[in-house]
Design a binder for this molecule. Structure first.
Ligand SMILES: Nc1ncnc2c1ncn2[C@@H]1O[C@H](COP(=O)(O)OP(=O)(O)OP(=O)(O)O)[C@@H](O)[C@H]1O
Ligand SMILES: [Mg+2]
Length: 257
């Protein structure tokens, strides 16, 4: 194996991946930790607010503004609590806790994310989610990363006037398959073995060569796999294959994390 020191740029990319995974966890902890003191501040402000309305106090010039100020403190504290609660929902959605996820919905979100880039490249991006495709056990953030990596690769390989298709379907074994097809330049057969290697890229500076490595790691962590077929100058088909969630306790969508 070749011994390669990592260029600064690639090291940064790897650190970014690790950092993003940690941010969700950190946000969850911080939101939870701040919740209690904020609730206590809001309660105290509420109770002081009641006392400050006493006419004997309001009659004294320095206390006249107290009720209004305390009301503001109370309202703003509740606003902080609301922000934290949204953040903590977001962190939960991004945590590694397995839930039943609708891959079709994830594919639609990824396509929406790439819409602008696709327009610029004059590539049509199409999503087709078959109704019998089962949900999978995973978490939105990681599944989203995998689907995004595949779709970005397809787009990057595509020329103007071509089409990228994301199909979500039921596999013969009852699992869920995401098939990303492009009509791009394809993977040369001699490189087929290497595309999943960390830091392997044919795209030059600015590309980490981590997209497919990450995809494969995510697929395996969910009990699935990723495979592909490609014809030079005809296009590629990458298949992310995941077990369905039917056997697990999860149901589609929103069970508590
Ligand atoms: N759909 C595709 N069509 C043609 N070649 C592809 C396709 N997907 C991947 N490849 C090849 O596999 C290589 C590795 O892909 P990978 O996604 O791991 O890294 P990358 O796209 O180069 O960089 P990044 O880390 O930003 O994703 C690419 O550089 C490209 O040569
Ligand atoms: Mg890539």
């Amino acid at each position: 194996m070749q011994d390669r020191a990592l260029p600064e740029e690639q090291l940064q990319g790897l650190m970014e991946v690790a950092r993003l995974a940690d941010i969700g966890r950190l946000v969850g902890i911080v939101a939870h930790e701040l919740g209690t003191p904020l609730a206590s501040i809001a309660l105290r402000a509420q109770s002081l607010g009641q006392q400050a309305k006493d006419p004997r106090l309001v009659a004294l010039e320095p206390f006249a503004r107290f009720p209004r100020y305390l009301k503001t403190i109370e309202e703003e504290t509740f606003r902080c609590k609301e922000i934290l609660s949204n953040l903590s929902d977001f962190a939960r959605a991004g945590s590694a806790v397995p839930r039943a996820e609708d891959v079709g919905e994830i594919a639609r979100r990824v396509a929406a994310l790439l819409r602008h880039d696709a327009l610029r490249r004059q590539v049509t991006v199409e999503v087709r989610a078959e109704t019998d495709a089962p949900p999978v056990r995973g978490d939105t953030a990681r599944l989203g990363q995998a689907v995004l990596a595949l779709a970005r690769n397809a787009l990057e390989a595509s020329g103007p006037g071509t089409r990228v298709t994301l199909v979500v379907r039921r596999s013969p074994a009852g699992g869920c398959e995401l098939v990303v097809t492009d009509q791009g330049h394809g993977v040369p057969p001699e490189l087929a073995e290497r595309v999943f290697e960390p830091f392997f890229t044919t795209r030059g500076p600015g590309w980490a060569g981590l997209g497919l490595t990450l995809c494969q790691a995510i697929a395996r962590s969910l009990g699935g796999e990723i495979r592909f077929e490609s014809l030079p100058d005809r296009g590629s088909e990458f298949v992310l294959s995941l077990p369905g969630s039917r056997n697990g306790p999860a149901t589609r969508g929103h069970e508590p994390a």
